[in-house]
Write a protein that binds this ligand. Structure first.
Ligand SMILES: Cc1cc2nc3c(=O)[nH]c(=O)nc-3n(C[C@H](O)[C@H](O)[C@H](O)COP(=O)(O)OP(=O)(O)OC[C@H]3O[C@@H](n4cnc5c(N)ncnc54)[C@H](O)[C@@H]3O)c2cc1C
Length: 402
């Protein structure tokens, strides 16, 4: 085998999931994570279709179920908190806008870390700053100063992946970072009795959305989203957090509903995090002994509802192919052949998304509510499920002997 030692960049979801599957196939992983610990923050993520099947094969489904937020579904509300449309977590067979298996991203990341740490070398507060490869090895330098040699390096460090850019950044047309026109800030705020067990989604005119999701811990996960021009030079994600918060205060001023409460709590939120949603498209997922995994290689954006399922399926297939091919190049090629059609389907967002879900006018919001109410009726499922059910079930996992 040309690949006994594997360095993985990123201890989010895809990185630890890969460490798990490599171990099951008898391969060892080192995982380097830029943050000082597993990252907190974010809202819930959902495991669907192939992603859930991978979790089942990991023996994790029951544990994940025990950690779900218990969210009962989502209510679309107006300025007066009057409910305009409702989707329970059981709607669309548990695969609708709120899936049956919703778990806080931070909990999932921590569970994967705990599961893999007995047999995985984790390096926190560090990252790869230089990387050079020969036919036989990859030599890396870490920010902390250490130099080491590995057989393979896998970039699983998210949509903005610095590790991917070290390798593919210098190649022509190797990475297409495509904004989808939406900027979102995520943070945790104190819960209030009215937050209940349902997610609430509020549209304010001007293409603004506020969501509140109870997290099962007594606190509430808030998100503020606004439409952002896809090619804006002045992107909010490039600002320092203080300036991002000032921008949000301006954008969401007098938005109505519970926005004033959310803005006030944002200023002291411990886990404030803002990002512009992007998709990542790459014509090749590997270069020599380096490959990409999860959001780093084929991010479909949070709008797809598929990021975590893709990360799980990607980790499973990549490890399986590495274990069953003597040469890494064959394994990388085969992994891409198997997984690429699934990733591409996940990236095909329904027409008009996100604008269609974030109208600019009061009339547009009223039309959206009518459409959602229609979509919530059982007979509407066939026509409207394209907008509400991600293509998670459109991939059958290969079987790899362990
Ligand atoms: C803090 C956070 C909150 C999120 N919240 C949501 C959410 O609410 N809803 C949603 O749908 N998706 C969210 N996501 C994205 C979601 O986790 C992914 O779409 C999906 O689970 C695939 O995961 P991934 O492991 O490929 O990437 P990610 O989950 O993004 O993990 C990447 C990891 O790489 C680390 N990293 C970054 N740069 C380096 C580097 N140079 N070297 C080493 N490590 C590095 C990051 O700190 C992170 O831990 C969030 C991601 C993060 C990081």
């Amino acid at each position: 085998m040309t690949h006994r030692s594997v360095l993985v960049a990123g201890a989010g979801i895809a990185g630890p999931a890969l460490a798990y599957w490599l171990h099951r196939h008898g391969l060892a992983a080192t995982v380097v994570e830029r943050a000082p610990a597993v990252r907190e923050g974010g809202q819930t993520v959902d495991l669907r279709g192939a992603g859930r099947a991978v979790a089942r094969r990991m023996g994790l489904e029951r544990t994940l179920r025990a950690h779900t937020t218990g969210e009962e579904g989502i209510r679309f509300v107006d300025r007066a908190d009057e409910v305009k449309a409702v989707f329970s977590s059981g709607s669309y067979g548990g695969q609708g806008p709120v899936a049956e298996l919703e778990i806080l991203r931070a909990d999932l990341s921590r569970l994967l870390y705990e599961e893999t740490r007995p047999y995985t070398e984790y390096l926190f507060a560090d990252e790869i700053t230089e990387l050079s490869q020969s036919d036989a090895r990859v030599r890396v330098t870490f920010r902390g100063g250490a130099e080491r040699v590995f057989d393979l390096v896998i970039a699983a460090d998210g949509a903005r992946s610095p590790t991917r850019d070290l390798v593919f950044g210098g190649l022509d047309d190797a990475v297409d970072v495509r904004p989808v026109g939406l900027t979102t800030a995520y943070f945790t705020i104190p819960g209030e009795p009215g937050d209940g067990r349902w997610a609430r989604w509020y549209n304010a005119p001007g293409g603004r959305v506020v969501t509140l999701r109870p997290d099962g811990r007594g606190t509430t996960r808030a998100a503020l989203s606004f439409l952002s021009p896809p090619h804006a030079d002045e992107s909010a994600e490039k600002l320092v957090p203080q300036a991002q918060k000032q921008l949000l205060h301006r954008v969401f001023r007098e938005a109505g509903w519970e926005t004033a409460r959310v803005l006030a709590a944002m200023d002291t939120a411990p886990d404030f995090f803002l990002d512009r949603a992007v998709q990542i498209r790459m014509p090749r997922w590997s270069h020599g002994r380096v490959a990409v995994l999860g959001d780093a290689g084929y991010c479909a954006s949070p709008l797809s509802g598929m990021g975590t399922s893709l990360a799980f399926a990607g980790a499973y297939v990549l490890a399986g192919e590495l274990a069953h091919h003597a040469h890494h190049e064959q394994a990388f090629n085969r992994c891409e052949e198997v997984l690429r059609p699934y990733a591409e389907r996940a990236q095909r967002l329904p027409p008009g998304v996100p604008r269609v879900a974030m109208p600019r006018t009061g009339a547009g919001i009223r039309a959206l509510h009518l459409a959602l109410r229609a979509a919530a009726r059982p007979r509407a499922v066939a026509r409207l499920n394209r907008f509400l059910v991600p293509p998670a079930d459109t991939f059958t996992l290969p079987c790899y002997s362990l």
